[in-house]
Write a protein that binds this ligand. Structure first.
Ligand SMILES: Nc1nc2c(c(=O)[nH]1)N[C@H]1C(S)=C(S)[C@@H](COP(=O)(O)O)O[C@H]1N2
Ligand SMILES: [Mo]
Length: 258
């Protein structure tokens, strides 16, 4: 399917979802509100865009993922994705990540870097939520951290911002191994955390120490572990294959809403 046809299919679906008549109107709405996800030409194309657009139109942007009680925390938390093996990460482990810093850059007024201690001084948020992997398993855990929206406020996100890109340690230079992105609606959502704690302790290494993204309204693979850099951007077109993340490059949906 060529680019225009694909776009037409998406906007036709959108017109239905939004209950508006006329493709031109649907296309204008889609562009205005960012309802075309970056992987809209991917192999899952139109269907994925529809899911994304329908969620964005039909559900409140601030709907929350379900939260659980302490007694519902899973006794076993499965792990997927090994810790980085590069020297830059390994040398931080013995010191308990005191020399680690998170770089926050891109479309922000004050590009910054934060130590773990600095992040821990920001207002603490915790949530007991469900994490589901695309492979079929899931678990409930408590996550402790700072809201991504708070950190974005500190650095001053510029008005052109559309996506936030997450780069873990194993990958300083996208698109080598891993990168993911979310849109501003999810980035600014109150349950989206930069998490440094899990079930009452520091985040264990297998679960992404010292810091991971928790975006509980999306599948596990959007929850990047071993964070090193957070970059605000207006486009992901020039990163990797331009599909918004390494999972999308493998054919999974960029928007993994649940
Ligand atoms: N850096 C990095 N982040 C990652 C992964 C990974 O391999 N590397 N795996 C992802 C996938 S597919 C899932 S399901 C979750 C698993 O998180 P967990 O190991 O804490 O259960 O982390 C996600 N974040
Ligand atoms: Mo996963």
């Amino acid at each position: 399917m060529n680019r225009m046809t694909r776009r037409r299919v998406i906007t036709t679906g959108l017109a239905t979802a939004a209950g508006v008549s006329g493709l031109a109107v649907a296309e204008r709405i889609a562009n205005r509100y960012g309802l075309i996800p970056p992987d809209h030409q991917g192999i899952l194309g139109a269907g994925e865009s529809l899911t994304y657009a329908a969620q964005r139109i039909l559900t409140s942007r601030h709907s929350r993922a379900r939260e659980f009680s302490r007694s519902e925390i899973s006794r076993v938390a499965p792990v997927l994705g090994d810790p980085p093996v590069i020297e830059a990460y390994l040398r931080l482990v013995p010191g308990g990540f005191t020399d680690w810093r998170l770089t926050v850059d891109g479309l922000v007024s004050r590009p910054s870097s934060f130590s773990l201690a600095e992040l821990k001084r920001f207002p603490v948020h915790s949530q007991i939520t469900h994490q589901a992997c695309e492979e079929g398993w899931s678990f409930i855990a408590e996550w402790i951290g700072v809201q991504l929206s708070f950190v974005l406020d500190v650095v001053g996100t510029l008005p052109q911002a559309k996506y936030v890109v997450f780069t873990p340690y194993e990958n300083d230079n996208p698109p080598n191994v891993w990168w993911e992105s979310i849109d501003m609606a999810d980035a600014l959502h109150p349950q989206t955390l930069l998490a440094y704690g899990m079930n009452g302790s520091d985040l264990p290494i297998p679960h992404g120490a010292p810091l991971r993204l928790k975006v509980p309204r999306q599948l596990g693979y959007k929850n990047t572990k071993y964070l090193h850099r957070v970059t605000v951007t207006d486009s992901v077109a020039k990163i990797g294959k331009g599909l918004g993340g390494s999972f999308s490059e493998d054919g999974y949906s960029w928007y993994a809403g649940i």
